[in-house]
Ligand binder design. Structure first.
Ligand SMILES: *[C@@H]1O[C@H](CO)[C@@H](O)[C@H](O)[C@H]1NC(C)=O
Ligand SMILES: *[C@@H]1O[C@H](CO)[C@@H](O)[C@H](O)[C@H]1NC(C)=O
Ligand SMILES: *[C@@H]1O[C@H](CO)[C@@H](O)[C@H](O)[C@H]1NC(C)=O
Length: 312
């Protein structure tokens, strides 16, 4: 009985997509049509769009991760997250950068004060997992100031952004970042390559980096920038002006993904049928690990938030 319960939970887990790969959804993006190409391979398991408002219609089996973008309206954060039944929340976006480049320009002490007042209780009262403010690659000293101001932040993961050239610069950057923050999982919530103007080369860099992130146990999730429609003026976009996958988008969907860590909650309507089509070797690998107790830490929270499998 116990074994079969475990087995069922594990099957549900594997119905979910890659635990790591997500969408950073910019504008324009039509939620009625533009999620579909990303659902084909189950490579994508979560999305965010720098806000607390999920896109409508909601995609099946892709978790929405809300973000409190800056301090505006933060008094309503708790109420909003409870209404969304959110399990995770992202902190402020690029507080180290000015608004002209998409930042929120906050000083570290102000951010810390808001953090302690509005974010920490979400964790202590409801167990919502907290992602620290995401700085740009140039914001490492901002982050250090924040961590000094806020040693009791109780965060569960540390988002970071990287844009650069050449693309393999991201490896050194992230290893150094991890070296400075070894005890907290990293989410790469924006990354793209600056010195590339054509889709195939960009796609090649994307594929190599995503595969690399999949293999690192301290990288918990990642989202390329970005998932939106664009002409080829900056070749990072995953969708063309008409909503077709670009070579970059197609690479994001088709690059093999790591599904040994699929313990994230999927967001599915309860009426959807359960589809069992995962790679079973992984299933039994996970099952055996669970029984051996080696994945206990990740298994226990998962059992509390049992995800429902569903047809995408
Ligand atoms: C989004 O796609 C739907 C379905 O094709 C269409 O009816 C709607 O007009 C589109 N919305 C926008 C803003 O283009
Ligand atoms: C995210 O989506 C919501 C719901 O459609 C929308 O109101 C909001 O403007 C979007 N945020 C961004 C940054 O595009
Ligand atoms: C999958 O991810 C896990 C945990 O992050 C890691 O230990 C493992 O090496 C990865 N597997 C592959 C094939 O990349």
């Amino acid at each position: 009985m116990r074994a079969s319960v475990l087995l069922i939970c594990t099957v549900f887990a594997l119905v979910a997509a890659s635990g790591k790969r997500g969408l950073g959804i910019g504008s324009p993006f039509n939620a009625s049509t533009d999620f579909k190409p990303f659902q084909a391979t189950k490579a994508v398991s979560w999305y965010y769009n720098w806000s607390l408002k999920p896109l409508q219609p909601a995609p099946k089996c892709i978790e929405f991760v809300p973000m409190q973008y800056n301090g505006n309206g933060i008094e309503n954060l708790e109420k909003t997250l409870l209404a969304l039944k959110a399990n995770r929340v992202l902190g402020f976006n690029e507080p180290d950068q000015p608004a002209s480049v998409g930042g929120t320009s906050m000083d570290a002490q102000t951010a810390c004060n808001l953090w302690m007042k509005y974010f920490v209780p979400l964790k202590t009262k409801y167990g919502i997992k907290l992602g620290l403010p995401a700085v740009s690659a140039g914001g490492l000293s901002w982050l250090n100031n924040f961590l000094i101001a806020c040693p009791n932040h109780k965060a569960d993961f540390l988002p970071i952004h990287w844009y650069g050239a050449p693309f393999w610069g991201v490896y050194d950057f992230l290893w150094s970042f991890h070296g400075n923050h070894p005890n907290i999982p990293v989410w790469v919530t924006e990354w793209a390559i600056n010195d590339v103007t054509d889709y195939p080369t960009m796609a090649n860099g994307l594929s190599s980096t995503a595969t690399y992130f999949d293999g690192l146990d301290w990288i918990e999730r990642y989202a390329w920038f970005g998932s939106y429609r664009a002409n080829q003026n900056w070749a990072n976009a995953e969708l063309s002006a008409t909503g077709a996958l670009t070579a970059v988008g197609s690479t994001y969907v088709n690059t093999p993904f790591n599904n040994t860590i699929t313990l994230s909650k999927t967001v599915c309507p309860s009426s959807s049928p359960i589809v069992v089509n995962g790679p079973y070797s992984h299933l039994f690998f996970v099952l055996r690990s669970q029984q051996a107790g080696s994945h206990r830490q990740s298994w226990l929270p998962f059992r509390k938030n049992l995800p429902r499998g569903c047809q995408q």
